[in-house]
Design a protein around this ligand. Structure first.
Ligand SMILES: Cc1cc2nc3c(=O)[nH]c(=O)nc-3n(C[C@H](O)[C@H](O)[C@H](O)COP(=O)(O)OP(=O)(O)OC[C@H]3O[C@@H](n4cnc5c(N)ncnc54)[C@H](O)[C@@H]3O)c2cc1C
Length: 422
């Protein structure tokens, strides 16, 4: 089959060249056919670039947790807090916050957490398989430390550990001595923490490029600098996708446009509760003595990721729409957290390689939107992966490929239903 832009048809058109789009392309290529992936900028130019790269079958937590609303109200007044909502009148934001508040109920949070654990555990196995297939990307299986400075945070972490144990997730509770033994670069006044041995980490930008290369080798056509600007609809079908490089007709269309997905589907008369949630990362030249295990600094929610040549710190979550501006105060808040937890690591003494920001595509309950829509029979949506899009990349790609092929997905997709909010 041939891809014929303007005149002919594509079997599958994937919109978005982030981790979700390329994993979908890779797994779909196994079914053959004519697959095209289009990206408005370059591959991994959205949120799948300099994120923390953590793969978290253990630490599968949605943002919506019972205590977050009270904390959020306090944090709102503090420009250096881990969570911030830019005050504005926006009906979509209001609807999102409404559903977010509902998702914070304990029972619903447990349900989301259990489902995310299931998805993440399946994805973790797929990462192993991909590495075993000779796809070359930075991938380390060193686990993940949750580092708590205060006793109160440690007690909350121990509660999380008890739940995870019930979900059959291996987790070690560490006191001060044990956590310092495991990661000696931590300061002596740390209260303790958790260790999730199954968790792992990757360099997301490198992973996206490597998967895209393999997909290309298997026949997928990848078109950067190709932006979807409109749709042509006919009854229950998307007839044409109008792009900056011409019109495309496709049998099946996958929307994997991350934080941009909700604005894109407006032209289709669909509503997706996905809010862009900005986060930042600072990548420094790796110091000679620095942490070797990835960590989450619990009180500040800063992630620490040791990569091949860089040491990355990522954090903050800011609901400010699609605005990509950089708030220096929020960046400073990440920098401030580092010497509080880590001995001998002072950002002012490190060589900064890159300051980056990305928009997480956040759903209210932390569960992505994956599946077919009721309104269009040739549209599959795969977005809203919130804080876990890296971790959930392979499992999402595989599930979407199975949906496209008309097969039963490897995991029940009901909780990810597109229309779950009505
Ligand atoms: C600071 C930070 C740290 C993070 N750490 C982790 C972590 O440790 N573990 C984890 O699992 N997740 C993490 N995340 C979240 C993760 O990065 C995201 O969930 C994930 O990258 C989303 O992938 P995506 O493919 O859905 O979106 P994206 O990577 O944003 O890809 C969407 C693509 O669609 C393209 N696009 C948009 N509109 C159009 C259009 N009209 N036409 C064509 N193309 C279009 C965009 O240019 C973009 O490249 C982190 C995020 C941040 C900000």
């Amino acid at each position: 089959m041939k891809s014929n832009f303007k005149t002919g048809k594509t079997d599958v058109l994937i919109i978005g060249g982030g981790i979700i789009g390329v994993c979908t392309a890779y797994y779909s290529a196994r079914y053959g056919g004519n697959i095209v992936l289009i990206e408005k900028d370059n591959l991994a130019s959205g949120c799948s670039d300099a994120n923390a790269g953590l793969i978290v079958p253990g630490h599968s937590m949605p943002l919506a947790t019972p205590g977050i609303i009270a904390k959020g109200i306090r944090w709102l007044l503090n420009p250096e807090s881990p969570f911030y909502i830019k005050p504005r009148f926006d009906l979509d934001l209001f609807l999102w916050l409404w559903e977010f508040r509902r998702a914070c109920q304990e029972k619903r949070m447990f349900k989301s957490m259990a489902y995310l654990c299931e998805l993440n555990s399946a994805s973790r196995i797929l990462f192993d398989e991909l590495a075993g297939e000779g796809i070359n990307f930075f991938f380390e299986r060193k686990g993940l430390l949750i580092v708590c400075r205060t006793k109160a945070t440690l007690e909350a972490a121990i509660e999380e550990a008890k739940i995870k144990e019930k979900l059959n997730i291996p987790v070690n509770i560490l006191d001060r001595e044990k956590i310092l033994e495991r990661e000696p670069t931590l300061k002596n006044d740390i209260a303790g923490g958790l260790f999730f041995p199954q968790d792992a980490h990757i360099d997301c930008q490198q992973f996206v490029q490597a998967i895209a290369e393999r997909a290309k080798a298997e026949g997928v056509k990848i078109m950067p600098q190709t932006e979807v600007i409109a749709w042509e609809k006919e009854n229950k079908k998307i007839k044409k996708v109008i792009t900056t490089k011409g019109d495309i007709e496709a049998d099946q269309i996958v929307l994997a446009a991350g934080a941009w997905s909700s604005s894109l589907v407006k032209g289709l008369g669909l509503k997706l509760l996905v809010q862009p949630a900005k986060g930042y990362s600072l990548s420094y030249k790796k110091p000679e003595t620095g942490p070797t295990i990835p960590m989450i600094l619990a009180e500040t929610k800063v992630a620490v990721t040791p990569l091949a040549d860089t040491l990355r710190f990522g954090g903050t979550l800011e609901l400010a729409g699609l605005d990509m501006s950089i708030s220096q105060r929020r960046v400073e808040a990440i920098k401030k957290a580092i010497p509080i937890y880590l001995k001998d690591i002072k950002p002012q003494n490190l060589e900064l390689i890159k300051l980056w920001r990305g928009l997480r595509p956040c759903s209210p309950d932390g569960i992505p939107f994956v599946g077919r829509t009721k309104k269009y029979n040739n549209l599959v949506i795969a977005c809203g992966h919130s804080m876990q899009g890296v971790s959930l990349g392979p499992v999402t790609g595989k599930i979407v490929a199975q949906i496209l092929a008309g097969e039963m997905p490897l995991i029940d997709i009901t909780p990810m239903a597109i229309e779950r909010y009505g």
